[in-house]
Design a protein around this ligand. Structure first.
Ligand SMILES: [Zn+2]
Length: 99
C-alpha cells in the first residue's frame, strides 16, 4: 500500500507532492514566524528578574533570527544580548541556552 500525502486546501484534498517543496517552505516560514514571537517571549521570561550583581542592570535581549534546521529537525533561535558587562552577559547567555 502506498501512502499518498494529502493536503486540505479550502476543503479539497489534494495530493501533496506537486506542491511539497513550495508548501514545505511556506510551512517552515509560517512556523518560523510563529515561533519567533514565542522564542522572544520565552527568552524574556528566562531573564526576568535577572540583574547584574555588580552594576544592578538588567539585560536586553533581541532575537535576531529563528532558523529551522532540516538536518536536525530543530528550530534554533539566535539572540543578541546586551548587558553592562561581560561577566553578566555570560550568566544571561547561560540561562538562555535551551536544553
Ligand atoms: Zn555588570
Amino acid at each position: 500500500m502506498r501512502i499518498e500525502p494529502l493536503f486540505m486546501l479550502q476543503g479539497y484534498e489534494v495530493p501533496a507532492h506537486p506542491f511539497s517543496s513550495q508548501l514545505e517552505e511556506d510551512v517552515i516560514d509560517a512556523v518560523s514566524t510563529g515561533v519567533q514571537a514565542e522564542y522572544q517571549q520565552l527568552a524574556q521570561q528566562r531573564i526576568i528578574g535577572m540583574e547584574c550583581p555588580v552594576h544592578h542592570q538588567s539585560a536586553q535581549i533581541s532575537l535576531i533570527s529563528v532558523v529551522y534546521s532540516k538536518a536536525d529537525e530543530a528550530i534554533e533561535g539566535e539572540y543578541q544580548v546586551e548587558t553592562c558587562c561581560e561577566a553578566f552577559k555570560a550568566v544571561v547567555l547561560d540561562s538562555l541556552t535551551l536544553q
